[in-house]
Design a protein around this ligand. Structure first.
Ligand code: GLU
Length: 509
């Protein structure tokens, strides 16, 4: 019988969550939901030296914002809890002892100085020191020392670590769902520390024990964990859990925009884009790193963008709702190669999602923003404006720069455009036009005004582009904006004529 699909996202609370981590969580989520399985949040905080205040809360808030719901875990609960490793601390020792008893692990008493000494000796010979099957008998551990010595060291409370013992001359083999079959020679691997005498397990031990106890069926995580996988596979076998071992999938890296190396926490603000879902203030240095949320991204756009950084459905389709992603996602279609982060593409996704956003919601938000700016207007005008200019915006915050002229008359006119368009005599022509526009009756004024303009330009053999651009300059102050008819409709007769009068007065050519 196939095991129920249960996957986990297992971050260490060492700082804000990198978007690479968010992508890992997303792929886990998609896989779980597609298979009707469970998606867990486990906090791996065994390394107390790297613990950062606020990181756990940040992680939980980030997923709330992104709309990715966990079924079990920290902050939610569930029958396999607690889900925070520091709260599971007492249980790990028994597992470490189990490995000592079965001969898969041993005590090591070497001090940091002794190990450093060995490292320098190796370096002097241009070698790298490794605690492994070749060196362990020349170090101080329960394999090289007599059992009496070991007993007395333990009795005296000598600090120790428990290391995994890789047998010599074995081939460790496993299948990765993305990378295929992998073989590693055990003699090349170092005897990793599993447990320390301060009572804390290391990541490796806690991770394997918890995955087992929480019945995890698939481990989907970043490529940086691939080198640890032979140890993890060996741990499963050493515990006698080999037949229940989860399937592994190691995801490709997220690369810098130029493809040269892993996208790092520092890259974002250096290159001008966020690498964190939410803004983060370092509790110690107070340094602020930007977040997608605060930069105006919509969570659905971020999710869609991340899904496509390393996966596609085999077609040209790029816009996927979360539901569609759940249906279409497949581990088979995850690329083996790193995915380059593309800032323009991120903006493009947001643009797409902004266009889909309900105009009423967007208008209400914008209406509030305008009020804060001290602008008096009404919601129906704001709605008209939003409809006209939304397509020019990638973010809600772009609305203002694309539509300020609907709410405040220009105080100056774009110099370059003025030089190019406003000829000698233009002011006179504009005055004549203004007078004529004034005489058109109010009902359906904008359309009639436009018809008149077309007619007038033709009859007088004027340059259409030039006249219309000057009208725009007078009304908008620049060459930007949707078509003049729409602008005239929103602003109305009185405002248009006012602006035209001010312009002909100010621009003296
Ligand atoms: N705690 C590890 C991390 O921070 C989890 C790795 C894994 O998924 O096994 O990424």
């Amino acid at each position: 019988m196939e095991k129920r699909v249960r996957v986990r996202f297992a971050p260490s609370p060492t700082g804000p969550l990198h978007i690479g981590g968010v992508r890992t969580a997303l792929y886990n989520y998609l896989f779980a939901k597609q298979n009707g399985g469970d998606f867990l949040l486990r906090i791996e905080d065994t390394d107390q030296t790297r613990f950062v205040e606020g990181a756990e809360e940040y992680i939980i808030e980030a997923f709330k914002w992104l709309g990715l719901k966990f079924d079990e875990g920290v902050g939610i609960g569930g029958k396999y809890g607690p889900y925070k490793q520091s709260e599971r601390k007492p249980m790990y020792k028994d597992y470490a002892m189990q490995l000592i008893k079965s001969g898969h692990a041993y005590y090591a008493f070497d001090t940091a100085e002794e190990l450093n000494q060995r490292r320098s000796e190796a370096e002097a010979e241009k070698k790298t020191f490794q605690y492994d099957c070749k060196t362990r008998m020349s170090l101080r551990n329960s394999l090289s020392l007599s059992s009496d010595e070991v007993a007395s060291l333990l009795e005296n409370g000598t600090p120790y670590v428990i290391r995994f013992k890789f047998e010599e001359g074995e081939t460790i083999e496993f299948d990765d769902m993305i990378r295929g079959h992998i073989k590693v020679e055990s003699s090349l691997l170092d005897d990793k520390v599993l447990y320390k005498s301060d009572g804390m397990p290391t990541y490796h031990l806690a991770n394997i024990v918890d995955d087992h106890l929480m019945c995890i069926s698939h481990v989907i995580r970043g490529e940086e964990w691939l080198p640890s996988c032979p140890l993890h596979v060996s741990l499963y076998n050493a515990f006698g859990w080999g037949s229940e071992m989860p399937k592994f999938a190691h995801l490709p890296l997220l690369l810098k925009p130029d493809g040269k190396g892993k996208l790092s926490k520092r890259d974002g603000d250096r290159l001008g884009f966020p690498v964190f879902p939410l803004q983060w203030t370092d509790p110690k240095t107070k340094e602020i790193s930007s977040g997608y949320r605060e930069s105006g991204y919509l969570p659905e756009a971020v999710v869609n963008m991340l899904a496509l950084l390393g996966w596609n459905d085999g077609t040209e389709q790029e816009i996927f709702s979360l539901e569609e992603l759940v249906n279409k996602f497949s581990i088979d279609r995850i690329s083996k190669h790193g995915a380059k982060f593309d800032m323009e593409k991120a903006k493009w996704f947001n643009h797409q999602y902004l266009q889909k956003l309900d105009n009423d919601i967007l208008s209400e938000e914008y209406f509030k923003e305008l009020k804060q700016k001290g602008i008096t207007t009404d919601l129906s005008t704001v709605k008209q404006v939003v409809e006209l200019i939304k397509e020019r915006c990638s973010f809600a915050k772009d609305l203002w720069m694309n539509s300020d002229y609907f709410f405040t008359a220009p105080v100056e006119y774009a110099e370059k455009a003025l030089k190019k368009r406003w000829k000698e005599g233009t002011s006179d022509t504009m005055r004549i036009i203004s007078k004529q526009l004034h005489d058109i009756d109010d009902e359906n004024w904008a359309q009639k005004a436009e018809d008149f303009l077309m007619d007038y330009i033709q009859k007088n053999e004027l340059n259409m582009g030039q006249i219309m651009n000057c009208l725009r300059l007078a009304v908008v102050g620049d060459t930007k904006g949707p078509n003049m008819l729409d602008i005239m409709k929103v602003l109305g007769k009185e405002e248009i004529l006012n602006r035209l009068d001010v312009a002909t007065e100010k621009i003296n050519l």
